[in-house]
Design a protein around this ligand. Structure first.
Ligand SMILES: C[S@@+](CC[C@H](N)C(=O)[O-])C[C@H]1O[C@@H](n2cnc3c(N)ncnc32)[C@H](O)[C@@H]1O
Length: 322
């Protein structure tokens, strides 16, 4: 993995779908909100493209904020960064009181979070079972979740958030293993899941513990709730012409974004045979991406993480009284 080390803190992350993110930026892009600043990869490209632009950035990972602060030093007072999560965005929007032309959310984990074994996101290297994105403010770790949940709860977690077909068997093994030994490390968990799923069902190029890790990470970070709150907060305050670009990395997130955009563009729920609308719900705007943008072969080759990225873009319109 290439380390992006423009200056100071190393932050290993290659931004995905950069050309597409730039292409969907409104022509006049004066104020941008990057809800997932990460290593500032997308933000730097936007600041370079729009020299007059002012950037507001946030991330729930303090390390991302610190790394981005260093990388964006040259841009001085064009940048304001906040250690904050999507669920707190509504308060920040009130405080900032800005009309954002472009809002970007590139959700999920960064390569930097995955690359640090001590964060507990990766099954490839030994680390504590942590998985918190906000180490400063979140309390529940994956180790505690695994220790406290019943077999039924574990099965539901793996099934719902990992879409893991072996959820029942894995949950059973986890519970019997923890009676004998406490599960403490990422590699212990990864090996246990690998042993539980019969070898002939292991997929080539796909670690058998991928779905288990995804499920635990989603629950620990309440990722879908957070995404829902992000979309709700933005829907209440976006202005005419503002564009929202969301990049997601798994089907649960992408489905939520797709359905939300569809509801925003077609909110009326009157029966189709009514001659006119009585629910009174007006569209918030239109979806600009009929199909999600995905990475091409070259990008996938140079950055395999981009393989599962899906970009969807929505344009808000002004509310009318008619
Ligand atoms: C894929 S990385 C973003 C990378 C960034 N676009 C770049 O080019 O460097 C995703 C980032 O979103 C942050 N994140 C995930 N969920 C969040 C949430 N609910 N609130 C705020 N930040 C979140 C993660 O901490 C991580 O740093």
């Amino acid at each position: 993995m290439t380390g992006i080390q423009d200056k100071g803190t190393i932050f290993r992350h290659i931004p995905v779908l950069v050309d597409e993110v730039l292409r969907y930026a409104p022509e006049s892009c004066e104020t941008v909100l990057d809800c997932t600043i990460g290593g500032a990869g997308h933000s730097i490209c936007l600041l370079d493209k729009f020299p007059q632009m002012r950037l507001y950035g946030m991330d729930r990972d303090l390390m991302a904020i610190q790394a981005s602060k260093e990388k964006l030093l040259d841009h001085g007072d064009r940048v304001e960064l906040q250690h904050s999560s999507f669920s707190e965005l509504e308060s920040w929007l009130m405080l900032w009181n800005q009309n954002f032309d472009y809002i970007l959310a590139d959700i999920g984990v960064s390569s930097e979070q995955l690359a640090r074994p001590e964060r507990g996101f990766s099954f490839l290297e030994e680390g504590p079972l942590d998985m918190r994105m906000d180490v400063e403010r979140q309390t529940l770790t994956a180790q505690e979740l695994l220790a406290q949940s019943s077999e039924k709860e574990l099965r539901n977690i793996l099934k719902t958030w990992g879409e893991e077909p072996w959820a029942a068997k894995i949950a059973k093994t986890l519970v019997s293993e923890r009676k004998r030994n406490s599960l403490k490390t990422t590699t212990q968990l990864a090996e246990l899941v690998s042993r539980t799923i019969p070898r002939r069902f292991h997929k080539k190029g796909f670690h058998p513990a991928t779905k288990t890790f995804q499920a635990l990470r989603i629950v620990i970070n309440r990722e879908l709730d957070e995404l829902e709150q992000l979309l709700r907060s933005l829907s209440k305050s976006m202005q005419n012409g503002s564009r929202l670009a969301v990049i997601s990395f798994h089907s649960l997130e992408d489905r939520l974004v797709k359905q939300t955009f569809r509801n925003w563009s077609h909110p009326c729920h009157c029966p189709p045979d009514l001659p006119y609308c009585i629910c009174g719900l007006k569209p918030l705007g239109k979806v600009l991406t009929k199909r999600p943008c995905t990475a091409g072969n070259d990008e996938i080759h140079s950055n395999p993480r981009s393989r599962s990225a899906r970009l969807r873009v929505f344009e808000f319109e002004g509310q009318t009284d008619d």
